[in-house]
Design a protein around this ligand. Sequence first.
Ligand code: NDP
Length: 274
Amino acid sequence: MTDKYAVIGNPIAHSKSPLIHAAFAEQTNQDISYERILAPLDGFEVTVRDLISKGYKGANVTVPFKFEAFDMVLPSNRALDAGAVNTLRFLGAEIRGDNTDGLGLVRDIKQNFGINIANKRLLLLGAGGAAEGVLHPLLEESPTLLVIANRTLEKASSMQKKVEKKNESRSYFLNAKAFEDLADQQFDIIINATSTGLTDTALPIPNTIFAKGCLAYDMMYGRETPFMKQARESGAQVADGLGMLVEQAAEAFYLWRGVRPETQSVIKKIRNLA
Ligand code: NDP
């Protein structure tokens, strides 16, 4: 019998997850279906319960429900670190929640771009859900420095404090800054986890922050954002978030099916469809 899965979000029409999971299923001979579900903004929990009653095995969760999902589940350690959930598994009456976003980003940087994060100077732009989701997995790779910069400085400072409270014996240097205070520093990897790409807004960051050989990674995909343009013009290697999307999906697929799909060919396939 075909096992049913879905991605829940609002909006959801743009989601590439059904294409990605269909490619994984074909590649690994798994008999699954995977569809987009638009949940009303005040109807996430009702939507999840409805899927469970219809026999779905699991779901992905996207904007704006990742925090709400966290409150409904038995969280994995990764979900606890992130405080947000992007993957649900329905096991009888129990809902297990995980977060595969950070692992997706780290795998893309390390495996697909061949860049080691250890001993690098990292800059994380943004302090919203996406930034929270990737912070711990990035720190686990042992960078020498990680600076969180955000328009609202208090949010970056609060992320910093949460990490420091949890982990006192850390080997990296963690800091929170406003964009305007970055002028005197250079970074080896800069990750844009703000949503400014969606509105084509440029960030007030200086061109001098891109170190020689810097990887500038924008979590957004589909077109060149102002951040990508600035990074390219400043000599950085530029990446979009499609690899992260496919890698986080591969980890969700593994949690559901126990099979790890190959991702390179799927990244290529989805990019060619765009
Ligand atoms: P949130 O709404 O939670 O956070 C938005 C962030 O962007 C905040 O840090 C906010 O700053 C900042 N921001 C928004 N507008 C501006 C602006 N005009 N100038 C400066 N900063 C701004 O969104 P998410 O964290 O959930 O998502 C962020 C991005 O990451 C989205 O584009 C999303 O599509 C992408 N993403 C990609 C994934 C992938 O697999 N590739 C996975 C997850 C997310 P402030 O705190 O000051 O409001």
